[in-house]
Design a protein around this ligand. Structure first.
Ligand SMILES: Nc1ccn([C@@H]2O[C@H](COP(=O)(O)OP(=O)(O)OP(=O)(O)O)[C@@H](O)[C@H]2O)c(=O)n1
Ligand SMILES: C[C@](O)(CO)[C@H](O)COP(=O)(O)O
Length: 384
């Protein structure tokens, strides 16, 4: 069994970030940035030892950030440069003698377990491995404010952390490189002539360098928004008529749906489901049947209104699912047209709209063709 240790370097002052508090102690999702980095390594099943390297002035901030993470080793003080902090951290692990050490920036809080796995796995083949992403932009070397030259970007990678190494190799390389300034640990091992593998990094594994990075990390951490679910149900009676309108599509039929508006049952159920996601009451509250403006009105008005209310809150409709209950007309042949119609009203892709139908096996009012029922569910993401 390989003994893996992780050193989380967090002794920097965050000069490029600015501000009073070093960036690794600023809140991300309500907790210090550094806590996320520590917690993710502490939770990894293959990492036996986790130690932070901190600035001596930050002990109280560290204690608050690490509170409750009981498996962490005592932190050790770092040095003036990142490289010094790593070396001091490595020296502190000599007695523990891990086989492998992972060096991670405390300022990269969104590290995920799969990336840690990839780095550890690559160390079976090479003495060092780092996560990296290929450079996608065209690169220019500047000459003052002018372009000096365009740099060939083939084979250029953006290095991330955690960078993994066989512990004795990295310790020896760092001791040998003391006094030089190298910006990552791969460079220290490269300087010692050893080979370092590149493994796939992750776009989310952002290093917080400036305030924009923290804002980006916050939005990545919080994800697409707060999920809100809503449900709706509606019934309309069938009566004399020659067509029914379902999901905005008029279908010839030997009866019609009776209602104050166009009696589009599934569209009403969907409108209620959407209103439910934002706790905005039901369709009757927004469009009372007593109001003559809505007599014979197309239900698209109601649905568009629910969509606009969600929009006004900065929400996003993720998907909707409708089930109609009727013996006839058959819905299957019209599903695509119905989904397209709803997509057009809600301004979302039709692929996010599911239209289903069922008979009730001739049972009940729908089975006796006295009415048509519909239920709908909607999922919306609201900003936190
Ligand atoms: N003397 C140092 C300098 C940096 N780091 C750590 O190395 C990581 C990457 O460094 P960087 O983003 O450059 O952080 P700072 O040095 O704090 O930032 P700046 O260069 O803007 O001052 C950070 O987690 C930082 O705390 C460290 O442990 N010791
Ligand atoms: C180690 C590192 O995060 C890899 O991208 C980076 O080199 C740290 O460099 P910085 O200049 O200290 O931000």
């Amino acid at each position: 069994m390989v003994k893996v240790a992780a050193l989380i370097v967090a002794a920097g002052r965050g000069k490029r970030f600015g501000g009073e508090l070093p960036k690794q102690y600023l809140p991300l999702g309500g907790r210090p940035v550094l806590r996320h980095s520590l917690a993710r390594f502490a939770a990894h099943p293959d990492v036996a030892l986790v130690r932070a390297v901190i600035h001596p002035d930050d002990r109280d901030l560290y204690d608050a950030a690490a509170h409750g993470l009981t498996t962490l080793l005592e932190p050790v003080p770092g040095g003036a440069e990142r490289q010094d902090s790593v070396r001091l951290g490595l020296e502190s692990l000599v007695e523990a003698a891990p086989d492998v050490v992972l060096i991670h920036d405390g300022a990269r809080p969104l590290i995920d377990g799969a990336l840690i796995d990839r780095v550890i796995a690559a160390l079976g083949e090479q003495p060092g491995a780092i996560p990296a992403l290929p450079v996608a932009d065209t690169l220019k070397r500047g000459n003052g404010r002018l372009i000096g030259e365009t740099v060939e970007r083939a084979n250029l990678w953006r290095a991330q952390t955690p960078q993994g190494f066989r512990f004795p190799d990295l310790l020896a390389a760092h001791r040998a490189a003391a006094g030089r300034t190298l910006t990552d640990d791969a460079a220290v091992l490269e300087a010692a002539g050893a080979s370092v593998a590149l493994v796939e990094g992750a776009e989310d594994n952002v290093k917080i360098t400036t305030p924009i990075d923290l804002a980006r990390a916050e939005s990545l951490f919080r994800g697409p928004g707060e999920p809100r679910i809503g449900s709706g149900f509606d019934v309309h009676r069938l009566g004399p008529g020659s067509s029914v309108t379902l999901c905005g599509i008029e279908l010839p039929h030997d009866q019609g749906l009776i209602g104050h508006s166009d009696a589009d049952v599934p569209m009403h159920a969907l409108t209620d489901a959407l209103l439910g996601t934002i706790n905005a009451g039901d369709i009757g509250r927004h469009f009372p049947p007593s109001d003559m403006r809505w007599k014979g009105a197309p239900s698209s008005i109601f649905l568009a209104h629910a969509g606009a209310l969600i929009d006004a809150l900065g929400g996003r409709i993720l998907n909707v699912d409708i089930t109609m209950m009727c013996e006839r007309p058959k819905i299957g042949p019209h599903r695509a047209r119905m989904a397209n119609k709803l997509a057009e009203i809600l301004r979302i892709p039709a692929s996010r709209i599911s239209i289903k139908a069922t008979t009730t096996e001739t049972l009940g009012f729908t089975g006796r063709e006295e009415g048509i029922a519909a239920q709908a569910t909607a999922l919306v993401a609201l900003p936190f």
